[in-house]
Design a protein around this ligand. Sequence first.
Ligand SMILES: [Mn+2]
Length: 350
Amino acid sequence: MQKVIARINTLKKLIQQDQLDGFVITNNIDQFYLLGFYFYPGEAVLLLHEGGLVCFTRQLYVEPLTQQYPFIRVIGQDKQMAAAAIKEVQDLGLHHVGFDAGKESYLSGNLFKVSGLVEAQSYVSAQRQVKDAEEIAALRDSCKIAYDTYEYIRPLLKEGMTELEVAAEMEKYMRIRGVSATSFLTIIAFGENTANAHHETSDRKLKYNEAVLMDFGCIYKGYCSDMTRSWWFGDKEPAEYTKIWNTVNKAWKAGIAAEKPGKTGQEIDAVARGIITDAGYGEYFTHRLGHGVGLEIHEEPCNDQTSQAVLQKGNVLTVEPGIYLPGKFGVRLEETTVITDEGADILTRP
Ligand SMILES: [Mn+2]
């Protein structure tokens, strides 16, 4: 409960700095971050104001929420929660209430706007960028399960298995370990499918002597993991595959070695991309180097070609360079990392 109160107080300070006397939170992941209570999307609207926190939510949550959070005013409201929050703003006499302009739909944002609320920043997203010790521990656990899944599945691969069968085996293993879901749709690619950076896992069967790529992760205690491994399945690895694998291997290592507080995501991307470009494969690295990871699989800050965000201790980001040779094969190697005082730790390795 200390943590809930601390996060709410931090948010209160952030909105006060911008002269707001209130703020509505409708995004369910932001709500989970603040309260540790999981609403499905559209099930609650929170109104934070100087005098407290009001939660408009489905009737069925009123009892458990009131029990768990005695300091929140919980109001049962099965429909039109946003309208109820607007009415509360008026009843409380608040004048500068903000809404997260980056997260509302056109309709809900417009409703807030015509009702006198003002477009504001994604304060909770900003808070979520710096993970505390408990969050890092959860991310570490989530990444450990992902890594163990890789160790589990790799020796089980055999000719004739389909990409979907491999994905199903991995997902079953993770689920039994206590994960609530995968972080995203598990990508398993064989042969020429590895050249497609966002391949859709299919009924393609594995043959001896071809490339394998797996990109996957899970959600554990609310936190996502993300890792990618690529290797040659067989005993006749083509020289070109070895060459691109070694280049990508060098790139991720250099990217992670460059990560530290004070650097921008753009600088990290440039370090890893430089290695791939120097090896002559720049045009085959077709995506950003990495993205933030937390309660969602894609968050800020990112390691990409335009990111000016300055890395700070507690940011969690992926480093995932790749080289994709159309019609042949591709290699991507990915780790989830956490920024420390002096550098970065890898979470997706033992
Ligand atoms: Mn990723």
